[in-house]
Design a binder for this molecule. Structure first.
Ligand code: BV8
Length: 252
């Protein structure tokens, strides 16, 4: 088995830009958690949900139409997240954070794997599946009486409980959005990792960074055609490319 970390060729200019970067911003998507065993949104859904697309379940309308189905989808995903552990890609990003003056990790993922890998400045654009909130009051609920009800009810107002994630058609948390936009605008190096770039406003962050002078690096299993200049595209597994990049940039 060849050591894949030595299989990637990183241009000297990129290694220099990374080593001497003032501010690095990273946008991650489901692809960086794929090697932790978590299905991406583009993977076909299985079981009860095989006939749905995530966009059809991750909406307030779907929840109001069929709260039990949506709640059980998230319960199943929570169980997958509980079983998952950070992979070398997550750890490599935590290493880069420890080596550069300013670092922001903007994630579309809701699985907490970046935090578990030691990343400190994590901006969760789409919330976190481990948190639960009241659908009516939009307030996080830490605990609730265990009953047969699916979904359970808010202990305060009796409304239905839901995952504390941002659904399609819902606004992103303003603080997270501002933090992500500022980090992107001020970055001199911007990584877009494991995302198909289909979902707004996250998908516009690489362009915002690039318009403000950042060098853009995309890491994706698929060949991504980015219309940016000053861009480096790496096709492969984030869990291999990122550790190899860190090793080359700070070898010895
Ligand atoms: C908003 C949390 C303002 C929930 C998610 C019409 C009506 C209403 C809104 C819209 C509309 N038209 C457009 C919109 C905007 C909409 C949108 O973008 N829709 C899309 C479908 C067109 N956006 C919104 O609604 C956002 N809010 O705009 O508010 C507003 C308000 C009202 C009305 C209008 C506007 C909210 C979007 C947030 C949705 N919530 N997640 C949950 O998790 O269940 S989105 C969810 O899907 C993820 O968080 C993520 O963002 C997205 C999936 O994208 P990726 O992460 O990129 O994953 P994907 O599977 O697609 O790709 C994985 C990639 O990894 C692939 O490229 C693959 O090749 C690669 N890969 C795989 N393995 C590896 C790898 N790469 C490297 N290494 C590997 N090993």
């Amino acid at each position: 088995m060849t050591n894949r970390t030595s299989g990637y060729n990183f241009p000297t200019q990129l290694l220099k830009t990374l080593r001497f970067a003032r501010q690095v911003a990273v946008l991650t998507g489901a692809g960086i958690s794929a090697e932790s065993g978590l299905a991406t949104f583009r993977d076909p859904m299985t079981g009860l949900w095989a006939k749905f697309r995530p966009e059809e379940l991750a909406t307030p309308e779907a929840f109001q139409r069929n709260p039990k189905l949506v709640w059980e989808w998230y319960q199943w995903r929570r169980e997958q997240v509980e079983k998952a552990a950070p992979n070398p890609g997550h750890f490599a990003l935590a290493q880069i954070e420890s080596k550069v003056p300013k670092f922001s990790l903007i994630t579309q993922n809701v699985d907490s794997l970046h935090q578990q890998a030691g990343s400190k400045n994590v901006v969760e654009l789409h919330g976190n599946i481990r948190r639960t909130k009241c659908f009516e009051e939009n307030i996080v609920v830490e605990s609730w009486p265990e009953t047969e009800d699916v979904p359970p009810h808010c202990p305060r107002c009796g409304g239905l409980l839901r995952p504390d994630v941002v659904w399609f058609g819902e606004n992103l948390p303003l603080e997270a959005l501002y933090a992500a936009a500022n980090a992107s605008k001020n970055a001199d190096l911007f990584f877009s990792i494991g995302t198909s770039g289909q979902v707004e406003p996250a998908a516009s962050l690489p362009r915002l960074a690039q318009q403000n002078g950042a060098t853009v690096v995309t890491i994706n299993l698929e060949v991504t055609t980015t219309a940016f200049h000053k861009v480096y595209n790496f096709n492969g597994r984030a869990g291999e490319i990122l550790p190899a990049l860190v090793q080359k940039a700070w070898a010895g």
